[in-house]
Design a protein around this ligand. Sequence first.
Ligand SMILES: [Zn+2]
Ligand SMILES: [Zn+2]
Length: 284
Amino acid sequence: MFINLLTIGLSPTLEAPSRISNRNPLHLLVNRSSSPIDKLPMTPKGKSTPRKATDKTPSKTALKKAEAAAKRQAKEEKKAFDEKKESYAENFLRILDETVANGEVARMTQSTGGIQIKWNNLLQSTAGRARYNIASPRSSGADPKYTALIELNPKILDSEDRILCTATHEYCHVANGLISRQDGHGPSFHQWGARCVEAMASHQEYGGGRIKVTTKHSYEIDYKYVWVCQLCEKKFGRSSKSINPERQRCPCAGGPGLLVQVKPKPRAKKAAGTEDKENESPRL
Ligand SMILES: [Zn+2]
Ligand SMILES: [Zn+2]
């Protein structure tokens, strides 16, 4: 169903719906269940990793070898994941669109290359981002031009499930924007979310509760303050400045990891007047 209409509320260039980024500048990946912030341990004073200097078994070389082997394996696993993640996301989004909307988004965006996926290294604490546009036709009677771009953050999406959830969330923005002509996380967005979850629930590969669409939970708690672990890159969000990086560390393996505040960004001296703008305007 194509309707001739002028671009409504959407700029002619590819741009994220500004209302989304203004209202919800960060789509944070803060998983309450796996990283309960309240359980952040204090750094034990004066106690660092207890390793006896006198302990000579196993030998240093053996330890080093084991360490190197573990590192190599982790590297190989990451490489394998990195190699397949692009096609994984692409296949999933195609199947999602086919299952949920009968391929409508793909059809609408066919002339502009379908749903574009971009793995964007520059995204900071945003797991994903959707940009879409409806451009009015030059000649009357022609169909509008639809574009859809889903950006995914390679730093955050390090597992299939994270790809599934984030890609679905961003797909909902695209479908909601292009088909339902709605921006943001309103009721219509949630309808798309419910539709996706339901339609995929019994899917052989993606079903079984793997897909969750949320705007409030693990992926998008819009915490006022966010710290990131320098070791595992896990994020810790809080509504007040209640984490003290001097005394608290991330309890991850290889840690405790140093926490660095990333939101609000500790600013280097800047020209006055820009201070209170907290929009994260799209960079690309
Ligand atoms: Zn969103
Ligand atoms: Zn950590």
